[in-house]
Design a protein around this ligand. Structure first.
Ligand SMILES: [Zn+2]
Length: 142
């Protein structure tokens, strides 16, 4: 298979300019900057194709705040602040669970490591894995 040399490769067609501060707003789900568009009624909205988010701002007060948040880049800070808070919560929770896990193991060490202990450790491990993967996803996000 060969590509038509007169056509640019598929990933270079319909290139849109990268969003800049005044004309972009972060997607509330993934945090990526998305271009602010204007509806037919000249109300701003943002679409994130990756997340399937459509964020419409319809009232004058909201539009005013939305434009301020976009112009100052504050929306990104709000999202970042939420991410940082969640990352700290996850980190603390993982630490607590690991301590709890070794307590359960220590308590069981001299007695028989019974099914209850095994189930408790297994459940704690599953929770640790779930929280670590959430934390990992937060760390990977922009
Ligand atoms: Zn998104």
């Amino acid at each position: 298979m060969s590509e038509n040399p007169s056509k640019p490769p598929a990933n270079e067609r319909n290139v849109t300019l990268p969003p800049n501060k005044q004309t972009a707003f972060p997607c509330p789900i993934c945090g990526m900057q998305r271009n602010i568009r204007d509806s037919k009624r000249e109300k701003p909205y943002v679409v994130c194709d990756d997340c399937g988010v459509q964020l419409f701002v319809r009232k004058a007060e909201g539009i005013k705040k939305f434009k301020e948040l976009a112009a100052t880049g504050a929306a990104s800070h709000i999202i970042q602040k939420g991410r940082v808070q969640r990352a700290v919560e996850l980190h603390d929770e993982i630490k607590k669970l690991k301590i709890k896990r070794s307590e359960v193991e220590d308590q069981s060490f001299f007695s028989i490591f019974n099914d209850d202990s095994k189930n408790a450790v297994r459940t704690i491990d599953q929770q640790i894995i779930a929280l670590e993967s959430e934390l990992h996803a937060l760390g990977e996000a922009p």
